[in-house]
Write a new protein. Structure first.
Length: 236
C-alpha cells in the first residue's frame, strides 16, 4: 500500500523523466511537490508494469497467508486484494538515506479461508469463501536506502531494509461463508460478534495480512527503483 515509490516522483513544472512522462521529479526538499507527485504516480503503479518487473498491486494476488495467534489458526488462500489504486499518500519524506511514507487505503480482500481455534471468547471453525473490507487503513513504511550502480551504469536507489506499522481508522467488515459448516445457529452470533468487535479481531488476525500487502508493494517499489535511475526521480 504503500506506494511509496511515490516518494520519488514529484512535480516541478516542466521537469520529467526520460523513462515515463508520469514521473515528475521534484527537489527532495520541496515536500509539497514530493507529496503531489507521489499521489499522481499511484494510479500508474497500481496496475503493474511488466516491462519493469512490477506486478499488479490492484488487483493484488496472494496465494496463501497464514495467521496463527492466541490459539486461533486462520489461513487465506487465493486471495485477491482490490482497491489499492485509490490509496492516498498522506505524508512523505524522501532523502537519499531514508524514505518514509504514510498512506491511507480502502481495500477489499476476497478468497477462501479456513479458520479453527479460539476467537477471543468463541471457539470457531469454518472453511469456505470470505471477504474482508477494510476502510481507512493507514500504513507507515520506513525504508533504508542505498544508492548503487545499475546495469545501465547509472546510480539507482535500492531499498536495503524496511519496517512498517498500521492503524485501521474506520472499520472492517467480515463475511466468512460457511462458518461451522453452515450451521446458522452457531455461525450467526459469531459473525455478529466479529463485526461488532472488528478492531479486537483485527488485532488478532491482521498482522500477516497487512505484512503481505506491504511486502508486495515494497517489491514493486524495488523493481521501480531498479528500472529508473535515481537522477530521473528527483532534481539534484
Ligand atoms: C474456493 O474453494 C472452492 C471449493 O474448493 C473452489 O471451487 C473455488 O474456486 C475457490 N475459490 C478461490 C478464489 O480459490
Amino acid at each position: 500500500m504503500l506506494r511509496y515509490f511515490c516518494l520519488l516522483a514529484v512535480v516541478l513544472v516542466g521537469a520529467k523523466s526520460a523513462s515515463a512522462p508520469w514521473i515528475k521529479p521534484c527537489q527532495l526538499s520541496d515536500n509539497a511537490c514530493v507529496l503531489a507527485s507521489a499521489n499522481a504516480i499511484v494510479p500508474f503503479m497500481a496496475p503493474g508494469i511488466p516491462e519493469w518487473n512490477m506486478k499488479s498491486l490492484d488487483p493484488m494476488k496472494m496465494d496463501i497467508v497464514k495467521s496463527e495467534q492466541s490459539g486461533l489458526k486462520l489461513t487465506f488462500r487465493n486471495t485477491v486484494v482490490d482497491g489499492m489504486k485509490g490509496c492516498k499518500v498522506d505524508g512523505i519524506k524522501v532523502n537519499k538515506g531514508k524514505q518514509q511514507l504514510l498512506i491511507r487505503c480502502d481495500v477489499t480482500l476476497s478468497g477462501n479461508y479456513t479458520l479453527t481455534g479460539q476467537l477471543l471468547i468463541f471457539p470457531v471453525e469454518g472453511e469456505g469463501p470470505y471477504t474482508l473490507s477494510i476502510r481507512d487503513i493507514v500504513i507507515k513504511v520506513v525504508a533504508n536506502i542505498e544508492t548503487v550502480d545499475g546495469p545501465d551504469g547509472k546510480p539507482h536507489w535500492s531499498i536495503t531494509s524496511w519496517k512498517h506499522n498500521y492503524n485501521i481508522k474506520t472499520s472492517t467488515v467480515f463475511h466468512f461463508s460457511n462458518l461451522f459448516n453452515g450451521n446458522k445457529v452457531l455461525a450467526d452470533p459469531v459473525s455478529k460478534f466479529m463485526n461488532d468487535n472488528w478492531r479486537e479481531v483485527m488485532d488478532e488476525v491482521a498482522g500477516p495480512i497487512v505484512y503481505a500487502i506491504v511486502s508486495n508493494t515494497v517489491d514493486s517499489v524495488k523493481a521501480f527503483y531498479a528500472a529508473v535511475p535515481s537522477s530521473e526521480l528527483h532534481i539534484a
